[in-house]
Design a protein around this ligand. Sequence first.
Ligand code: CAA
Length: 382
Amino acid sequence: MNYFLSEQEEMVKNLFSEYVDKRIIPLRKELEEKHEFPREIFREMAQQDFFRIMVPEEYGGLNDSQLQLSLGIEQLARGDGGIAVSFAVDAIATNGIVLYGNEEQKKKYLPGIADGKIITAFGLSEPGAGSDAAAIKTKAVKKGNKYVLDGVKQFITNGEIADIALVIASTDPEKGYKGQTAFIVEKGTPGFSAGKREDKMGILSSVTNELLLDGCEVPGENILGQVGRGFYIALGLLDRSRIGIGAKALGIAQGALDEALKYAKTREQFGKPISSHQAIQLMLADMATQVEAARLLVYQAARTADSQEKKLTKISAMAKLFASDMAMKVTVDAVQVFGGYGYMKDYPVEKMMRDAKVTQIYEGTNQIQRMVIARQLFKDSG
Ligand code: CAA
């Protein structure tokens, strides 16, 4: 299939793909069993210059293209959903600094991110504020030229490994979402720590934590954008990062389809490979068609982001929604193609099914995506 990728886009895709085949697929069972974030893999990915695709050239990056980022995330997810999400979430705060940071902030953080030496997290959700992101309770109170942050952030990917976190806090609770502000909080700041590590269903090679802010004093110069713009910044970033989750879901589904095809050609029942039974052929045909449809939508959303088109909200929500629902269906079907073996940990499809589930939940549940799409439909229709 020709996706009309440029030479550079093909190169990025191939680099990630070769690395995944060589390093991640052979290791993924071990990573899954260890239930630890694989620092060594991130170090190798840095040596491969993978993190540079998140950062513009003038700060040590390669390009800062949403399509190239999506191609990279898709390939990583084909190998392992946990590594893919750790990488994808690193791009959220990075994008925040690229899009909303001032020159000092860009110079301070972006070269380290490009080198893979600074890992980032995004702290929006709270125990009482998931889908309703406007309801956050974390406070930031001005004290001289600093802000004192107090609160708890919940379900934070990369929480315990992040060197900086982009934290959304309320500087003026009476103003609701118009009183929220984005802060860059550095690891080692007194009062800032990672709390409980979550015990998850899938994406086991990624870490998910609470982030605790307890009298944490952050200098005023660490405000990203302007005071009162935090909610808008968070939603603007989600418009981009949801494309990454779509790419992640797409990669998981492609991985499951590849495994199902391989298995169907070798597994024999009724005296012949199950690939020659029409029941299996029809399933595989549906799976492949859904993967391709999702790929076209994800790439189109990424290209829309790269074209600087302002209207990104609807297409990015559609890409995330469609690709994640598709990934859930395709991975369940892949388990079905494997039959009893699919349910066993000896084969990777049960892991892919568990890894796919969360793509329907994080970065906005698919119910929220449908709400976002519907609101935009009515807005666009006048
Ligand atoms: N970009 C910028 N601004 C936006 C926006 C967007 N995409 N969408 C809306 N806004 C603005 C609106 O224009 C409005 O501004 P004004 O009042 O100034 O005109 C303001 O934001 C409020 O908009 P709404 O009335 O639509 O807000 P709402 O509270 O009704 O709904 C929501 C917002 C879409 C439901 C939002 O809360 C949302 O997306 N919720 C899901 C949260 C989410 O995705 N969390 C993910 C956590 S991160 C994560 O999961 C990472 C990980 O670890 C994998």
